[in-house]
Design a protein around this ligand. Sequence first.
Ligand SMILES: Nc1ncnc2c1ncn2[C@@H]1O[C@H](COP(=O)(O)OP(=O)(O)O)[C@@H](O)[C@H]1O
Ligand SMILES: [Mg+2]
Length: 363
Amino acid sequence: MHPCPGTPTPVHSTVTETHVITTSGLTKVYRSRGREVTALDGVDLHVREGEVYGVIGQSGAGKSSLIRCVNLLERPTSGTVTVAGQDLTALAGRGPRAGRELRRARSRIGMVFQHFNLLSSRTVQDNVELPLEILGQAGRARSRKALELLDLVGLADKAKAYPAQLSGGQKQRVGIARALAGDPKVLLSDEATSALDPETTRSILQLLRDLNRQLGLTVLLITHEMDVVKSICDSAALMEKGRIVESGTVSELLATPGSELAAALFPVGGEATGADRTVLDVTFHGEAATQPVISQLSRTYNIDISILGAAIDTVGGLQIGRMRIELPGRYEDNVVPVGFLREQGLQIDVVGQESLLVKEGAK
Ligand SMILES: Nc1ncnc2c1ncn2[C@@H]1O[C@H](COP(=O)(O)OP(=O)(O)O)[C@@H](O)[C@H]1O
Ligand SMILES: [Mg+2]
């Protein structure tokens, strides 16, 4: 992982990181009844091996289109999709032989759906066996695999039950077991927890996290719930109108001044008490103590500092603290104190100073 001594360390290395899912310039235009809808508008996505990557965005942003293009359930209009080193777009629509290869590649991409998509006439075990049947695997190996997977998802005792006899959470566990049948390297999840109550959501997310760790499974999940990203994602992207507008590891995002995703992942409230005030969000990681810094600041510059809000939380497995403070005077009057805080290694976002944020972000 370490570059040779003397070579500058690239910030975003493409050489030393293995991306298991890559899309380049991915577009999807739906045409129906003379109307055109651009669902994806040039999406470059890079998902590293072994990570849980969350794509978040409002309804209609293009999340489902993206995930369906990643496994070629939907044919991209243009652009490429590479999964585990294989260019899937090159295989699509190139005759029966390439078609077979595509099916094989796709069988190694697990997919989990919001509404589970189980067959009601089949038992739990038979649902899990279905993809193996399609792959032509023999009966005995198939049932052994299915029982193993049901055990893995905590449903060993439900093999003979029918979907209608299961709770929502149990149905999704079956959906996950079925998705794992082809020993996939990647698991795609389209709103897998959106139909579940909060407690069941937590247990399903925990299961996905466990599978990610135990099997080294890369998970690409899409969601409209920030809590999902917060609890299990290593990296995240924000989608708006068919484009990715922000992306990075959770810690990169939290360290990006003005990041919308960071603010949504870790909101801290508090309004300015007057017009002539400077409001700062101070972000610190792990054990860093802000309290002494704040009182030092107050003593050094002889200013009164109010704390408008504060929170400590775990985001993407990192302990993060954020404090919103208010200094008397406008930003121009506080350039020196802000510089002092930055010198202490604290991340400072100036609230409500868009133009300054951009300038400061470039520092
Ligand atoms: N099969 C389709 N035919 C026509 N338009 C579609 C189709 N699927 C999705 N769309 C449109 O594409 C846009 C993105 O949809 P989608 O990918 O489902 O977003 P999301 O999952 O973020 O809600 C929406 O405007 C939606 O109406
Ligand atoms: Mg969707």
